[in-house]
Design a protein. Structure first.
Length: 474
């Protein structure tokens, strides 16, 4: 039985500049299937890394002649390219079993199967076991009724099988199947963060989150559970990517890894491997975690942690409460200060466009961001991603003005506020970027910074004209 995973041709998120990450989710699934199903021949096609457009992808499908083609829309904005991939597979051979997965299709399984006839099966939630079971059914020519965790067409009707049980011990998972893209590893890079010649890999430390922010898809997708890999297992994967694929920039993908003992243990593991001076890594952290655990920061910096993304979100306590964020603006101020004191690059994320936002409240957020002065500020528009509390509330109240999934990328205004139209929200996003990056003192200070990371980033962003690209959206 032949299974082809496809990472389709898609645009990068221009706000952080040009980059190309490895298809981590696909590589995880490919490694697990290879481990479990010895009779499955697997091919991974990463169109962006291989420079393949749609005609090239069609030829690859024809050449491999797969029994199954799987493509995931991890982000809602990639829904259409994933569907187009499966449509292309059906054009090559109508008998190919086409499979979609990821957070968007999980939440909208019924709607997606009704809307897109080119999808045969949707794998909901955690994909390893469900996809492994499904591939065995396809190989044996048996019906799909016994496969938990999938939705599919059955005699003209849409069937939703029971949810798949989550994997209890994530340490048991094999390392991602980088061998399936071994000839492409030198293509994976993040120019703004580490340059375009530094090999870039992703590392998963946990699945889920113990918090329940209303704008986030993660905690529901993982069934409101937070499962962590051990510090040793995570460090083993760091070392695996470092030794076998030359990865020198590693992104810990968790929306919330957590600090405290977990971070301390991971830092100890990485330092003990003797390569932390020869690589850098990046993670996302809650502001309150930094404030609660400042003692771990020096050791984490020694372990190679050079860059941290902070979910600041807002300067308003009431807005943070409405997001169920459980942090305060004061946490953000302390967190940025602590990171700077420990020579860790601070990136602050800010959200505009919540229902109560006005010109005045967004102006106050801009002032707060400027005073906070993280090394980098990224502004996003509140986006009603399917599967979030924001989406449910917006649907119920008719607030959603844009139903084009391609625009669900946090830089297109999907909803108005009580006082601002979507066009005005879009203009306010530009004002935020212009305010932060238009400051001559900040631009000059960044371009000539003594810190190599900051110097490279500001020179790169100036060359890309990021602010003008934001302006072009309206």
């Amino acid at each position: 039985m032949k299974l082809m995973f496809v990472e389709p041709p898609k645009d990068y998120w221009f706000v952080m500049g040009e980059y190309l990450p490895p298809p981590y989710g696909v590589l995880q699934l490919a490694a697990f299937l290879e481990q479990q199903n010895k009779n499955v021949e697997i091919q991974v096609v990463d169109c962006n890394a291989e420079g393949l457009e749609w005609n090239g992808l069609q030829k690859r499908i024809e050449s491999f002649n797969p029994d199954m083609v799987a493509s995931s829309a991890l982000a809602t904005c990639n829904t259409y390219v994933s569907v187009r991939t499966l449509e292309l597979a059906k054009q090559v051979n109508p008998d190919i079993v086409t499979v979609a997965g990821g957070q968007h299709f999980t939440v909208l399984a019924e709607e997606s199967l009704k809307t897109y006839p080119e999808i045969d099966v949707i794998v909901r939630g955690e994909g390893e076991i469900a996809l492994s079971d499904l591939s065995q059914k396809v190989s044996d020519g048996r019906p799909f009724s016994g496969v938990d965790g999938i939705s599919f067409r059955n005699n003209g009707q849409i069937a939703h099988n029971p949810a798949q049980q989550l994997i209890e011990n994530l340490d048991d998972l094999p390392f991602p199947g980088y061998k399936f893209v071994e000839n492409l590893v030198d293509k994976y890079h993040f120019t703004a963060m580490a340059g375009n010649k530094t090999r870039y890999a992703l590392i998963e430390g946990s699945r889920g989150c113990p918090h329940q922010c209303t704008f986030c898809t993660q905690w529901r997708h993982w069934q409101s559970r937070w499962r962590q890999k051990s510090a040793k297992r995570i460090a083993d994967e760091f070392e695996y990517c470092y030794d076998n694929y030359g990865s020198r920039f590693l992104w810990l993908t968790d929306d919330n890894y957590g600090l405290g003992k977990r971070a301390n243990d991971l830092a100890d593991e990485l330092i003990s491997r003797k390569f932390s001076d020869d690589m850098m890594w990046f993670m996302q952290v809650r502001c309150d975690d930094v404030v609660k655990h400042p003692e771990v920061l020096p050791k984490m910096r020694k372990s190679g942690l050079r860059w941290v993304l902070l979910g600041v979100e807002s300067n308003s306590s009431s807005t943070l409460d409405s997001f169920q964020k459980e942090t305060t603006p004061e946490d953000a101020k302390k967190a940025v200060k602590l990171l700077k004191e420990n020579d860790i690059f601070s990136q602050g994320m800010f959200i505009i466009g919540q229902r109560k936002d006005t010109n005045q409240s967004i102006a106050a957020l801009r002032e707060f961001a400027n005073d906070l002065d993280p090394d980098l500020a990224i502004f996003a528009i509140l986006t009603p991603f399917p599967g979030t509390g924001v989406y449910e509330q917006a649907q119920q109240n008719g607030w959603i003005h844009d139903h084009n999934w391609a625009n669900y990328d946090m830089v297109h205004a999907i909803m108005p506020t009580e006082t601002l139209t979507t066009k005005e929200v879009q203009e306010e996003l530009y004002n935020c970027y212009r305010s932060f990056f238009g400051s001559w003192s900040r631009r000059v200070g960044g371009i000539f910074s003594r810190k190599a990371l900051k110097r490279r980033l500001y020179r790169y962003m100036a060359s890309q004209g990021i602010v003008n690209q934001v302006k072009a959206l309206f």
